[in-house]
Structure formats: C-alpha cells, structure tokens
Design a protein around this ligand. Structure first.
Ligand SMILES: Cc1cc2nc3c(=O)[nH]c(=O)nc-3n(C[C@H](O)[C@H](O)[C@H](O)COP(=O)(O)OP(=O)(O)OC[C@H]3O[C@@H](n4cnc5c(N)ncnc54)[C@H](O)[C@@H]3O)c2cc1C
Length: 382
C-alpha cells in the first residue's frame, strides 16, 4: 500500500508542477476557477480517492488522501488542498453515506468526471458558529421536503452539482436533534440562487450567499436519518478538520521553503539575513510545530479509519496547524521585507489564505471550546 501511495504522490508531483506560482496568483487576482488544475486532478483520478471501489472510486484510506493534501498545499497553496478536500470529503464521504443507490451512483459519476464541485452549506448569517440555532427549514408534506432559508460563505456553491445542506426539520430540547442534512444538485433547482461574496480568501474557488426559495427534494435526499443530521455530518466535519490541518501543514511547508531560501540568499550588512538567530529561531519553532500537528493528523486518520471518534485529533490538529500556518506566513512577510508586498513575490496570497484557516472551517475558539468541554470536562460556556 505504501508503494501505491508513493506512486500517486510522484505522479501528482510530476503532473502538477506546471501549475506554478503565477498560475495561482492569476486565479486569485481574477477570482477565476482553477478548472485546468481540476482537469488534471480528474486525469490523475484524484477526485474520488475515498469513494468505495463499488461506486467507481479508488477506495483509498484517509491517511493516503491526507498525505496528498499536504503535498498539494506544499506545492500550490491552500486553494489546491481545499479543492481536493471538497471532492474527497464533501464528495466521496457524503456519497458513500447515501442510502439511495440511485443518488449515490448519480453523484459518483459527477465526482469521477470532475464536475461535482461538492460543497457543504451549514453557516448562516444569524446563527454563526451556533449551528444548532440555524433557521433554514425543511418542511415535510406529501412525501417531499420544502427547503426555505439562507446560507452564507458557501465555497464553490454556484459551480456545485453536489451540495449538502443542513436544515432544521423539528424542534427538540436536545438542540442537536431535529437537524437533517439533504444532498442535492443545485443545477436542477432554479429555486436555489447565489450571490458571490467579494472575498479575500479562497478567491479562485469563490464563496457565496445561497438562497433557498422553496426548494423541493425527496426523502431519498436525506444523508443518514431525518433529525439526526448532526450525527451524519459530524464524521464529514471531522474529516474536513483533519484536511484543514493537512492543508495548513502543506502551506507551512511551502512558506518555510520560500522564507528559508530568501533568508539564505538576501544579503544585508554583508551576510545573509538568515544567519541571524532572530530570523532562524521563529522559522525553526514553526517547523517543530508543523511536524507536531502533523502527528496529530496521522493519529486522527488512524482512528477515523478504525471507525473510532477522532474529534479531539481533528480539532486539536486543525487548531495547531492553522495557528502555525498563519504564524509562518506572517514570519515570511517579515523575512521578505518590502518585497512581500509585491503580489508576484507570492507571499501575501498565502498570508490571506492562511489567516482564513484560523476562522474557518472551525474558528480557534470553537476548537478550544470543544477541548475544554469534551476532553477536559470543564463546565460548558455555551
Ligand atoms: C472564505 C470562507 C469560506 C467558507 N466556506 C464555508 C463553507 O463552504 N460552508 C460553510 O458552511 N461555511 C463556510 N464558511 C463559514 C465559516 O465556517 C464561518 O465563517 C466560521 O465558522 C465562523 O462563523 P461566523 O463567521 O458566523 O462567526 P460568528 O458566529 O459571527 O463568531 C464571530 C467570532 O466570535 C467567536 N465566538 C463566537 N462565540 C464565541 C464564544 N462563546 N466564545 C468565544 N468566541 C466566540 C467565533 O469563534 C468567531 O471567531 C466560510 C468562511 C469563509 C470566510
């Protein structure tokens, strides 16, 4: 299996090396979708890595996939890793949990063809991180559900043909009960409307406000069980958090490499700036933090594969890796000095995207609250 993984990583390196810094800077500046890069992922059969072979996927392990995510972000940055995450977590993992064989086959085909652009729509303008207070409703009548409400910050939504949307289906004292996740192809519902946000992160992928104006879906569109959507989506969100950590480790690798190169070559006061410990130590500390966070990712992947609860590793690795990625990006800004403010130096793009990782998909405070409440057993703060 290790040989298979190495072959995949080598093939990826070779096939995507032409997607250079200029490519990603141009996509960011023009806010245009990296469709050429996605075509390459499809050619390499990397859009359905976690999909079972019975559905036409590669049936690889989460660990193998996470190794590729780190590599992709170490070569191309946050957006490249995010695209892999969307296909393999919001795509493969969602599809493999659908009860309807017909829907699973339909979405698998879109995934393998590289046209699914999967997204997950949870965040709402009012509810914010208090997910259990979402107000998007799905009302059941005569064998179908009508979805009504609004989501915000949904990445790739307007290009998506596989959207998982979390709705309130009933009210219960236990707030996590009564949520249901529905899976739909927005291109088949003219009642789903989008408005692009003028964003400063993930600009090539794009994030949107999404409006659901009485969107009708059948019972087969339910992911998991009615009212137990939180249970169904938690496994997906844990895999997303491990992916976020892998992306953060990858972009840290990229920035450490760039900063090390510049610090070794930029001569001021007659010697490379990197010969000063004030430059060396922060970079060395970040390298140590990246590798520590990566070990948590591996631990989480092992638990996930065994069907164990990987929530601690998912939250802790996302927290530490994201903090580190932003720290590295900020240090890189300092190391490159004035040059970091020139777009073509290729630092500020990663600085903006790394900053996002501290806010989404899981804000630092929410990861810390999870650990405080569920791991340490401290009294709940909300
Ligand atoms: C570029 C981008 C892409 C995104 N993509 C998606 C997507 O595809 N799908 C999706 O569903 N969402 C997406 N999001 C949303 C993202 O997950 C949320 O923005 C994030 O979870 C924070 O939610 P909020 O902005 O509503 O924060 P708010 O709920 O408004 O909170 C604001 C801040 O206060 C903090 N806070 C809140 N309560 C407490 C407390 N009790 N104690 C301490 N601190 C607290 C929060 O952690 C946060 O930092 C995206 C966001 C961005 C910016």
């Amino acid at each position: 299996m290790a040989e298979v993984l190495q072959t995949i990583l080598n093939a990826f390196k070779e096939a995507t090396s032409s997607f250079d810094e200029a490519y990603w800077i141009n996509k960011d500046r023009s806010a245009s979708f990296p469709s050429e890069y996605l075509s390459k992922l499809r050619e390499l059969e990397l859009t359905a890595m976690l999909l079972p072979q019975s559905l036409g996927g590669a049936g690889l392990s989460l660990y193998d996939y996470l190794k590729l995510v780190r590599l992709s972000s170490s070569m191309h940055g946050v957006e490249a890793g995010d695209l892999l995450m969307a296909y393999n977590v919001f795509g493969s993992l969602v599809i493999s949990n659908l009860k309807s064989e017909k829907l699973a086959e339909k979405f698998s085909k879109l995934l393998i063809e590289g046209v699914a652009n999967p997204c997950v729509a949870i965040t709402e303008p009012q509810a914010g991180v208090d997910t259990f207070s979402i107000s998007t409703q799905a009302e059941y009548k005569n064998g179908e559900y009508t979805i009504r409400g609004k989501k915000i910050w949904i990445t790739m939504a307007a290009n998506s043909r596989l959207m998982t949307v979390l709705c309130r289906t009933s009210k219960n004292q236990k707030r996590s009960f009564g949520l249901t996740a529905f899976v739909l192809d927005p291109s088949e519902h003219k009642e789903v409307k989008f408005s692009r946000i003028n964003d400063i992160a993930l600009r090539s992928l794009g994030s949107y406000e999404v409006f659901f104006d009485d969107v009708k879906v059948g019972e087969e569109a339910i992911l998991g069980e009615r009212d137990k959507g939180w249970e169904a989506i938690t496994r997906v969100l844990n895999a997303e958090r491990l992916s976020t950590a892998a992306i953060a480790c990858g972009v840290s690798d990229l920035l450490l490499k760039k900063a090390t190169w510049y610090a070794s070559n930029r001569v001021v006061f007659g010697r490379p700036i990197g010969s000063n410990q004030a430059i060396q130590f922060p970079l060395a500390l970040c390298k140590a933090c990246v590798e520590a966070a990566w070990r948590l990712v591996i631990e989480g992947a092992k638990k996930f594969e065994k069907g164990e609860n990987a929530a601690f590793e998912a939250n802790a690795s996302a927290l530490l890796a994201s903090k580190t990625a932003y720290e590295v990006s900020d240090i890189a800004m300092q190391v490159f000095g004035g040059m970091s403010f020139a777009v073509e130096t290729g630092i500020e793009l990663h600085w903006r995207n790394a900053r996002l990782l501290r806010v989404g998909p899981v804000p630092e405070q929410m990861a810390l609250s999870f650990i405080a409440h569920n791991v340490l057993g401290l009294p709940r703060s909300f």
